[in-house]
Design a binder for this molecule. Structure first.
Ligand SMILES: O=C(O)CCC(=O)C(=O)O
Length: 247
């Protein structure tokens, strides 16, 4: 698959791009089924809701993320290495894409009633690379909408230079800080159907609600970087291998 010039321009301008109906329904169902087993048996490594928000273990008692999914199951690996998306990633990164297993390499969940809001942030906040030429590929394994924790984005925020005061101590973009409001007011969201993917830049501000419905929302997210963008040695970003995605 190749993006049109208009789609490339849109990603460059907004910092995200929706591609509808990219993954086959059968593939999504198969991935979800394996994910559900790993969630059921709480197979490590995991991130729990209570760990993420520092809240009550009782209230936030669900797994927020299955980490390191690349090596968990062949279906996960195949999705992250699928050849159809590689030319698209090449177009957006401007060079050969490389999976960085140290970062988003996850099944993300929003479980009914036990999940939390994810506040505005840039993914790159805890990543350590020479530059910001990284993007994430988000796959909806079922319907995603605001009530079950759909991603929301601030268009153009990947190009903004924000002062330190715009972020709190955990590097969330503060919604109680007046100068941030004009950015937050620009937020957009696009409801997703099973098989849709969203590509978003490592500096694009995004957030998600907790899931207030009765049904789990399960998604897949992984990150790629441009091949020349080196991770800084001895940081979290070099903890796991990188996988080159030849075109
Ligand atoms: O809560 C979500 O689903 C969004 C996850 C996210 O943006 C992140 O963990 O970086």
């Amino acid at each position: 698959m190749q993006l049109t010039d208009k789609e490339i321009e849109q990603f460059d301008k907004d910092g995200f791009l929706l591609i509808k109906n990219f993954a086959e329904s059968k593939r999504c169902d198969a991935i979800k089924k394996v994910a559900q087993v790993h969630l059921k048996y709480q197979i490590e490594p995991t991130e729990w809701e209570w760990e993420y928000i520092g809240g009550s273990k009782d209230k936030y008692r669900s797994i927020r993320r299955l980490r390191q999914v690349y090596n968990r199951d062949i279906l996960f690996k195949q999705w992250m290495e699928n050849s159809e998306i590689r030319p698209v990633l090449y177009q957006l990164l401007g060079e050969t894409p490389v999976l960085t297993l140290s970062h988003h390499n996850s099944i993300m969940t929003k479980m009914p009633h036990t999940s939390s809001d994810t506040e505005w942030h840039r993914d790159i906040r805890y990543w350590h690379f020479e530059n910001d030429n990284l993007l994430s590929v988000w796959l909806a394994l079922g319907d995603e909408y605001l009530q079950n924790g759909l991603l929301e984005f601030v268009p153009g925020s990947h190009k903004a230079e924000f002062d330190d005061e715009c972020f709190d101590e955990k590097l969330f973009f503060r919604d109680d800080y007046k100068p941030n409001q004009e950015w937050i007011d620009k937020k957009v969201s696009m409801p997703l159907k099973k098989g849709d993917i969203v590509l978003f830049h490592s500096k694009t501000l995004h957030r998600a609600n907790k899931n207030t419905t009765d049904k789990a929302k399960i998604s897949f997210v992984y990150t790629v970087k441009g091949i020349s963008n080196q991770a800084i040695p001895n940081t979290r970003s070099t903890e796991y291998p990188e996988i080159k995605l030849d075109i």
